[in-house]
Design a protein around this ligand. Structure first.
Ligand code: UDP
Length: 251
């Protein structure tokens, strides 16, 4: 008799994804829907369904979530809160989003775990590379909260860092538009979209889609960055299959 199939096992069948293990970077803003603060439940569930569809391809999915829908350190510092303290508040905001997304994933039947770079063991597991890898191979979607765990960084840099240390094949950066443009397409009608470009080009052109530290970390570790629109349902799965509209930043 064959071994029983573990409850968490996901068969890899159907179309073949381009990447086997990815970090998806979700900004806090993506979770607000049309609102201007906090969480929009239909949006949370739609994005959870997109993450589940990616995991259903057999791809191992780690999500680094931002906190800008609740608090950003720089904005707090502008209001007079000491920067390091303001960043601590920002990191706590990312934990709220991660817990909310974990709940949405579990609601859809997708096993998920929050791992936080800022230890708060009564709420979620502290982040460690070993724990993250153990969850990924069991096809749990992991929500990586707390960014890098240090002030003066962003969750974009956290995404590149986790992609490097977890040997991910790509960073999937969800944005408000369907790729990287020569200028902000919402402000400049002449802006054109890149299909593909290198990390150096993105840094040299100062394309504001991710911060320079994140681009440089991805470049030095030869990690592709795939930029796509979070507003397009099914976009994560499509980009994993090389379909849909996205910009591929390749070494
Ligand atoms: N943050 C931090 N260290 C990190 C990641 C994030 O201090 O490694 C803080 C920082 O204050 C930041 C906030 O958490 O403004 C929320 O993260 P971010 O701005 O990257 O969120 P997003 O814009 O993606 O929603």
């Amino acid at each position: 008799m064959s071994d029983p199939v573990p409850a968490d096992a996901q068969p890899i069948a159907g179309p073949k994804p381009l990447f086997g293990r990815v970090v998806v970077k979700l900004s806090g803003e993506a979770l607000m829907g049309k609102g201007s603060f906090g969480l929009d439940m239909p949006t949370l569930l739609r994005i959870a369904a997109d993450l589940k569809a990616a995991a259903d391809l057999g791809v191992q999915v780690a999500v680094v979530v931002g906190g800008g829908n609740f608090f950003r350190g720089l904005e707090g510092a502008d209001k007079g809160i000491e920067r390091a303290r303001a960043d601590s508040i920002g990191m706590l905001a990312t934990v709220m989003n991660a817990l909310a997304m974990e709940g949405a994933l579990e609601h859809l039947g997708q096993s998920a775990r929050v791992l936080s770079a800022v230890a708060m063991p009564s709420l979620c597991q502290p982040y460690s590379r070993q724990a993250a890898l153990a969850h990924l191979v069991k096809h749990r979607v992991i929500m990586l909260a707390g960014g890098t765990g240090n002030p003066f960084f962003t969750t974009d840099t956290g995404a590149a860092l986790r992609a490097a240390e977890l040997s991910c094949d790509a960073v999937f950066k969800a944005t408000q538009v369907d790729g990287i443009y020569t200028a902000d397409p919402k402000k400049d009608p002449k802006a054109t979209r890149f299909e593909r470009l290198s990390h150096d080009e993105a840094i040299d052109r100062n394309l504001a889609v991710m911060d320079t530290a994140a681009f440089a970390l991805a470049r030095d570790n030869r990690i592709p960055i795939v930029v796509f629109s979070i507003h397009e349902p099914g976009a994560i799965r499509a980009a994993l299959l090389g379909q849909g509209r996205a910009t591929y930043v390749m070494p």
